[in-house]
Design a protein around this ligand. Structure first.
Ligand code: AMP
Length: 544
């Protein structure tokens, strides 16, 4: 017997309609390419989004067509986030920091029909356009004055398109499982893979992250997604914030320490979200200039392991750093490390040990760890296995790709992360399957060693890679970037590591580099480091 409740589909534009109705005057502040600020309200954003939906139809785009964006976190990109899926098309957010060849591969794989680009990426689009046969047109997301002069002659102007349109638009009603967004994984090995979100998965995920204890935004808050809107829907913040009427600040292209602090203080940002590297830069800038991150009270940090220096650093400013774990394939939220009253009486170091874990899954996500044969392993906080997840906002397949290896026969997604889960459900990422160091048949966690190295005051950034070893097949090696003017000796490094790990975990050597390379989404590019520094005897290696 079916229930007798209304079958109202969960569709993305309903979020903005809601915000415009109940929080019409709440602001969206957006930093432009020239660093000036643009302000408007949810009510005004809705009017422009409806006009954009009309414009998309006038361009001849049909239901299911993919529309690419190459854009920073700004208000026009936000309008695309709602108008494209709302009109029935798929908003394909493309990461402009990828190599040109990777972007071409992605756009061709998606068969994008139009590209909507920020003015600053017009030269990039011009350089690629001949290799993109599916693309029928380019729209530059700016005003007439921002149109590129002597390139992309046939490109359309976003503001001109909107001026011509009616602010009246009836959002079509369709199956909530309809595709809404497309995002390719950052692909440190092999080709990037497309993850195709649906209206249902996106709305459920936005509602889920708004629970207290997770991102938990409220109408009294000013929320700033620093995580780029070209990466996993900026962790869904541009959907979750309007859903509760929170004020939204979109920081634009300037994401260095001074650029972020200026907008945090100037616009009164109270909560934000982004990857660890960004926050390290912010805290370093605060320390150098003796400024505080106030009024920011909460920061969700994920995308890579969160080191203790970051949690301590924010605590020193009375701000809470919350670690989250997720992937492009999981929309992204899979786990958050939040403590509850049961942890109040724990000693400080035990509380910190929990905060350093990736955390517990919210309602909606199920987790398990499995061995090489796929057998479920115990939740004892010690046994390591590959993490598998399932739930309504987890990918069930890749777009245009038959990659059965990543999905189990009984319907779980294999994350490629190695983790432990304790009896309380706190999951800890030990490593990526491909980054873990296998020495004489045993595993060493690169993440754990990296966190220890960061305790040394000279170390700005630390990576541990597997180097070749005649006897053990692989051994760990530190690759370190230091703070300006600082030095480090092997003995000092050994001292910060030794008390906390087994003897055979301690690397024999380390290499100091000027900069550690990052992926387009700000993660340490271990593949490049292994290529550069993975040989057994490297001339730059210093003994520990
Ligand atoms: P992406 O799909 O590019 O967002 O990358 C997802 C991957 O980032 C995961 O599979 C993890 O390896 C890594 N990751 C995300 N969050 C964390 C975290 N809190 N700790 C450790 N690794 C993380």
């Amino acid at each position: 017997m079916l229930g007798l409740m209304m079958d109202a589909p969960l569709l993305i534009p309903s979020i903005l309609e809601y915000a415009a109705k109940y929080h019409p005057n709440t602001e969206i502040v957006s930093r432009n390419e020239d660093h000036s600020l643009h302000r408007y309200t949810y009510a005004e954003a809705l009017v422009r989004t409806r006009k954009l939906a009309n414009a998309l139809n006038r361009l001849g785009l049909k239901a299911g067509d993919r529309v690419a964006t190459l854009a920073w976190n700004n208000y026009r990109h936000l309008e695309m986030y709602y108008a494209v899926p709302g009109a029935g098309m798929v908003c394909h957010t493309v990461n402009p920091r990828l190599f040109k060849e990777q972007i071409e591969y992605i756009i061709n794989d998606a068969q994008d029909q139009y590209i909507f680009t920020d003015p600053c990426f017009a030269p990039l689009v011009e350089a690629m356009i001949m290799n993109l046969p599916s693309v029928k047109g380019v729209v530059v997301m700016g005003s007439r004055e921002q149109m590129p002069g002597n390139i992309l002659h046939r490109a359309l102007c976003y503001e001109d398109l909107l001026v011509a349109e009616s602010p009246v638009f009836e959002w079509p009603q369709f199956d909530e499982r309809t595709a809404s967004g497309l995002c390719y994984t950052s692909g440190t090995t092999g080709h990037p893979k497309g993850v195709l979100y649906s209206h249902r998965s996106t709305v459920l995920h936005a509602m889920a992250i708004n629970q207290p204890g997770l991102f938990g935004f409220g109408p009294d808050e000013t929320v700033m997604p620093v995580v780029p809107m070209f990466h996993v829907n900026a962790w869904c913040v541009p959907y979750a914030a309007p859903l509760v009427g929170a004020r939204l600040v979109l920081p634009g292209p300037r994401l260095d320490g001074p650029g972020l602090l200026e907008v945090i203080r100037g616009e009164g940002v109270t909560v934000s979200a982004g990857v660890p590297t960004i926050w390290m830069n912010l805290l370093n800038h605060c320390a150098q200039t003796n400024q505080s991150v106030a009024p920011m009270r909460r920061v969700v940090i994920g995308g890579a392991a969160v080191p203790q220096v970051l949690i301590d650093g924010f605590a020193a400013h009375q701000a809470l750093a919350v670690q989250g774990w997720g992937m492009t394939e999981t929309s992204p939220l899979g786990a958050v490390s939040v403590l509850d009253t049961r942890h109040d009486d724990l000693p400080a170091e035990d509380r910190m040990a929990l905060q350093l874990k990736a955390g517990r899954s919210p309602f909606g996500i199920e987790m398990r760890i499995t061995d090489a044969e796929g057998k479920a392993l115990p939740w004892d906080g010690k046994t390591r296995g590959e993490l598998e997840v399932r739930g309504p906002w987890v990918a069930s397949a890749y777009y245009n790709l038959d990659d059965r290896d990543q999905f189990t026969k009984d319907g779980w997604f294999r994350t490629g992360d190695i983790s432990t889960i304790d009896a309380d459900g706190f999951m800890n990422i030990v490593d990526r399957v491909k980054d873990v160091i296998k020495t004489g048949g045993e595993w060493i966690s690169s993440i754990e060693l990296e966190n220890l190295a960061l305790q040394h005051p000279s170390v700005r950034e630390a990576a541990v890679i597997a180097r070749a070893d005649t006897k053990w097949s692989e051994r760990p090696r530190f690759i370190l970037a230091l703070h300006p003017g600082k030095t480090i000796t092997g003995a000092e490094l050994r001292k910060v590591v030794e008390p906390f790990v087994a003897r055979w975990w301690i690397p024999e050597d380390f290499i100091v580099v000027d900069e550690i390379p990052h992926t387009a989404t700000g993660k340490i590019l271990k593949t490049a480091l292994r290529e550069l520094y993975g040989v057994e005897n490297h001339p730059d290696a210093q003994k520990m």
